[in-house]
Every structure is written in structure tokens, then in C-alpha cells.
Design a protein around this ligand. Structure first.
Ligand SMILES: [Zn+2]
Ligand SMILES: [Zn+2]
Length: 178
């Protein structure tokens, strides 16, 4: 059953959110009549936004501690992997390394976080982790350059590093996205 319709001979239904809008649809969880603007088609039929919200809230179980953990791990592993990547600065060759190392690092970081968080999911867990990795990686990139002054231009032109970071982030985000 994909959605519930009422025979047209019965009393007309009006959307609970839009009393002027006639509708034939009902949310198949709470049963309230809804217009097309107010329901979303899901694999289990039409659902209103409230019911979808409840469903998602039950789905995302990550705790604030999970977020803190993911952030710390993101900063540390993001920094460590960026450090290794910067050591492997062989000009053009580092771009080729980055293409492999980026997804690899992202895979490891997301897997570590996943296990430590007991596989709980969080709506913003991927985003928080990516922000943490970026922070850790940029700290490693900029700190030595700032300390030794004048090398910043060289550092910023390290294309392998940016490709590495972009791939590590996209992999982490894809894996941690709920
Ligand atoms: Zn509903
Ligand atoms: Zn409506």
C-alpha cells in the first residue's frame, strides 16, 4: 500500500495544514489528511513531516560525547595524516599519492569514529568530523609555515596536500553521513 485514498463520494478531506486545500491523501502513520505539499513519499508510503521527524529522531542516536570524541579524533588523525602527507611532498608525484592516501585516511578516520561511537549515527557527525579534520590538517599546514615565516607561499602551493584533504573529507563525510 503506497497511500490511502478516500472514495470521492465521502465527505471532502482538507489538509490539516492548509484548510483551503482539498486532498485525497492521508499520512499513513498518523492518518491525518494532508495535501501534496505536506507529505513526502517514502518507501513505506506517504508520511507527514511530523511523523518523518519522529522517525529520524529515533534514527540519530549519537550522544554529545560521541560528537566530542569524533571532534578530538578528527583533529588528531586529521593532523597526523596531514603531517605524513606533507612529508611525502615530491612535487607532482605527491598528487598521485594524494589520490590514494586521501580516501584511505578518510576511511580509517571514519571507521575509528564509527567503532568508538558504537556505530551510533548523528545527523551532524560527518560534518563535525570534517570540520575537526580540516582544523587539524590546517594547523599542521600553517603552523610550521608561520613559525619559519616566508614559507607560506610554498606551503599553499602544495597541490598534493589540498587534493589529499579534499578526498579525505569527502570520504569521511560519505561514510559518516547517516
Ligand atoms: Zn503523520
Ligand atoms: Zn498542506
Amino acid at each position: 500500500m503506497s497511500f490511502t485514498t478516500e472514495p470521492t463520494t465521502q465527505a471532502k478531506l482538507y489538509c490539516v495544514n492548509h484548510p483551503q486545500t482539498e486532498t485525497l491523501l492521508r499520512c499513513n502513520k498518523c492518518g491525518r489528511p494532508m495535501c501534496l505539499r505536506c507529505v513526502q513519499r517514502t518507501p513505506v508510503g506517504y508520511r507527514c513531516k511530523e511523523c518523518l521527524g519522529e522517525q529520524r529522531a529515533g534514527y540519530y542516536t549519537a550522544t554529545p560525547f560521541d560528537y566530542a570524541l569524533a571532534s578530538v579524533i578528527g583533529v588528531v588523525l586529521g593532523g597526523v595524516s596531514a603531517f605524513v602527507m606533507l612529508l611525502l611532498n615530491f612535487g607532482f608525484f605527491s598528487i598521485i599519492i594524494a589520490i590514494f592516501a586521501g580516501p584511505f585516511a578518510g576511511g580509517i578516520i571514519s571507521e575509528v569514529i564509527r567503532r568508538l561511537c558504537g556505530k551510533r549515527r548523528g545527523r551532524y557527525l560527518g560534518l563535525a568530523t570534517c570540520a575537526a579534520i580540516t582544523f587539524g590538517a590546517l594547523a599542521i599546514l600553517f603552523l610550521p609555515a608561520l613559525l619559519s615565516q616566508g614559507r607560506l607561499g610554498v606551503t599553499l602551493l602544495n597541490l598534493g596536500f589540498w587534493i589529499f584533504l579534499a578526498l579525505a573529507l569527502s570520504t569521511t563525510f560519505a561514510r559518516l553521513r547517516a
